[in-house]
Design a protein around this ligand. Structure first.
Ligand code: HEC
Ligand code: HEC
Ligand code: HEC
Ligand code: HEC
Length: 105
């Protein structure tokens, strides 16, 4: 399941350090263009195709550590990661949905 992720990762070690202030989607587009996430480079109506691409490379929420596993079955990646807005290294916040001051790991 993680083979695709490993290949992409080793292929982009250099591109990465140069892309520190990139928007997350642009950083990903350095791997295989817009098709890294979108079929034919254009967004789907319901986001399901994109969600399947995230899971293909990163695994599902249940497989992931930190703030991820508690949301298994409740959220999709893009509820927290606005990939066309947030920059690489920018952490999603919790207070859109929880009002008790919690933060990620
Ligand atoms: C990391 C995966 C990823 C990559 C790479 C990516 N997108 Fe997206 N894109 C998304 C997701 C997910 C959405 C759904 C809305 C959102 O969360 O921003 C989206 C939404 C869009 C939209 C709808 C308008 C909007 O901003 O919501 C357009 C247009 C779009 N993408 C174009 C592109 C183009 C053009 C590229 C290549 C330069 C690209 N995307 C690369 C994941 C990606
Ligand atoms: C509840 C909000 C939330 C959701 C949903 C979410 N993330 Fe995250 N993500 C975070 C936070 C916060 C961090 C910073 C580290 C932490 O707290 O776990 C993070 C970090 C990451 C990182 C950086 C490496 C790491 O683990 O620290 C990746 C990659 C990532 N998320 C991918 C995903 C993918 C793929 C999905 C969907 C399967 C997803 N995230 C869903 C909040 C979320
Ligand atoms: C082709 C494989 C691939 C796809 C598809 C993919 N990613 Fe990634 N993603 C990576 C790699 C490689 C990295 C860099 C290493 C890491 O942080 O795991 C990364 C990094 C990230 C990060 C961390 C950014 C930071 O701040 O360091 C987030 C968040 C993330 N991806 C979310 C997503 C989401 C959401 C989707 C689906 C919309 C997605 N990814 C689709 C391969 C992919
Ligand atoms: C898009 C909305 C959303 C965001 C953003 C979000 N959560 Fe959640 N979270 C939920 C929902 C929905 C549940 C399940 C219902 C509940 O228990 O409140 C949940 C449940 C949880 C749980 C398990 C139950 C509990 O309340 O302890 C933890 C832990 C958690 N979230 C931590 C976080 C952290 C940490 C962040 C920020 C990194 C975060 N969440 C961001 C929607 C969100």
């Amino acid at each position: 399941m993680f083979k695709k992720l490993l290949c992409a990762f080793f292929g982009m070690g250099l591109a990465f350090s140069a892309a520190a202030a990139d928007v997350i989607a642009d950083m990903h587009a350095e791997m295989s263009g817009c098709e890294t996430c979108h079929a034919d480079g254009a967004p789907s109506e319901d986001g399901e195709y994109e969600a399947a691409q995230c899971a293909d490379c990163h695994g599902s929420l249940a497989d992931m550590e930190g703030s991820h596993a508690p949301h298994d079955g409740m959220l999709v990646c893009t509820d927290c990661h606005m990939v066309h807005e947030q920059e690489v290294g920018q952490r999603p916040t919790c207070d859109n949905c929880h009002d008790d001051g919690r933060t990620g790991n």
